[in-house]
Design a protein around this ligand. Structure first.
Ligand SMILES: [Zn+2]
Length: 413
């Protein structure tokens, strides 16, 4: 009965997602030879055609990946393979052993991430390469994956172990303490990430002295954001895509600009990008996002605890009732089947924040020119799809489209 429901949920998400992608492809193809008039200000004809081809290639490949993922998910939750693994692994520890449970969850995580490697490689070395974005060598790619896996194990195993150990230590309310623990780990990681983890993958250097740095520091001063430093990251080592982001908080906050971004944008446009990032900070978006994700975490662990304690949930998937490790794994695997349908809600919130940060940048710079210029150039250099289908963007876009942002920036206040 539950197996049938889960199969329906898996097929439902797959069908929904493939249908959205097909809608998006037809919308893009419809505009392939008839670009919207506003596109001329963003990219020339040949670049527009290339952006269309890039969007279509990624969309078709994404469809193949989604079908594969659905088959893997169905095999993981609906066959006896993982329950057999669970029986084997839990035989190594005493009944209810937290470390055996954690080992089971981590082995499943590693197996699933190994299965996705060929798809990651294809995307990087076939699609990204074909459109001139890939700068990664196979050696660097393999080293990145190995480091990522090592980090995942080093961080994931202790956290899962602690969660499962809490079941024995504090009883039925373990999930409350578990959520507090995971939140604390996340806060520590936000501070440590730019200091310890980012440097494992990239070289970060302070923006060198000069006119650009002086302008950006003056902007920080003016907007009440005294950045400890503005750093430039060697994103060009891996990809031609450009970006900027904000990391850390409080005394540890810093703004990171990709070297590709610094090379592509004018000083005024870089000021706008920086002002946008400061906008997220000054409008309080970071604590809001943290609060939302913490609430989500409490809800998820409450669900895990309730389902693990129920007489029906684990047995429906071939696991013994009362065991927290399989319930944790199952919730991790199945959660996306529900949250997929909520993504327009979360994306809507994220977009509201993007509009607010854009407006902050416009006001800080005394006009929309810098922000509009930056958005146009980023869309051009990243071969952004200028005509996504509205339903597709509702499900997949955390940012409004470049045209939507430009319209909001230049609208009369
Ligand atoms: Zn933003």
């Amino acid at each position: 009965m539950i197996a049938v429901l889960v199969a329906i949920l898996i097929l439902g998400r797959l069908a929904g997602s493939l249908w959205l992608s097909a809608l998006n492809r037809s919308e893009v193809s419809r505009h392939a030879d008839a670009p919207p008039p506003a596109a001329a200000a963003v990219m020339d004809g040949p670049t527009y055609s290339k952006a269309v081809a890039y969007t279509l290639a990624r969309s078709l490949f994404g469809g193949v990946t989604e079908v594969f993922d659905a088959v893997v998910l169905a095999a993981a939750v609906l066959t006896g393979a993982l329950p057999a693994l669970y029986r084997g692994v839990s035989g190594w520890g005493s009944p209810g052993s937290a470390w055996a449970g954690a080992l089971f969850v981590v082995i499943c995580g590693v197996l699933l991430s190994l299965l996705s490697l060929p798809f990651d490689a294809w995307e990087q070395f076939r699609i990204e390469s074909r459109f001139g974005f890939n700068r990664t060598s196979p050696g660097l790619w393999a080293a990145d994956k190995a480091k990522g896996l090592g980090l995942g194990l080093a961080l994931g195993f202790p956290v899962v172990w602690a969660l499962l150990a809490l079941v024995g230590w504090v009883g039925p309310l373990w999930w409350v303490w578990g959520a507090v623990l995971v939140t604390a780990v996340q806060l520590v990681m936000i501070v440590l990430y730019p200091m310890l983890i980012l440097p494992l993958f990239n070289r970060l250097e302070p923006l060198p002295e000069g006119e650009l740095r002086a302008r950006l520091m003056a902007l920080g001063e003016k907007t009440g954001f005294r950045a400890a430093s503005i750093q430039v990251m060697d994103g060009s080592k891996r990809s031609g895509h450009s970006n900027a982001f904000f990391t850390g908080f409080g005394r540890f906050r810093r703004i990171v600009l990709f070297d590709t971004l610094v090379a592509q944008l004018s000083p005024l446009e870089l000021e706008a990008v920086l002002a946008h990032e400061i906008g997220h900070y000054r409008c309080g978006h970071i604590p809001k996002r943290l609060a939302l994700s913490t609430a989500g975490l409490f809800a998820c662990l409450a669900a895990v605890a309730a389902l693990a304690g129920s007489a029906w949930f684990n047995p429906a998937f071939g696991y013994p009732a009362g065991a927290a490790a399989p319930a944790l794994l199952l919730c991790g695997l199945l959660g996306g089947l529900v949250t997929f349908w909520l993504s327009p809600l979360f994306n809507g919130l994220s977009r509201r924040h993007e509009y607010e940060a854009d407006a902050f940048a416009r006001d800080a710079l005394g006009g929309p020119e810098g922000m509009v210029g930056a958005l146009r150039k980023l869309a051009e250099k990243n071969l952004t799809n200028l005509t996504p289908h509205p339903w597709f963007s509702a499900f997949h876009y955390s940012h409004p489209t470049p045209f939507e942002r430009e319209r909001a920036l230049t609208a009369a206040r």
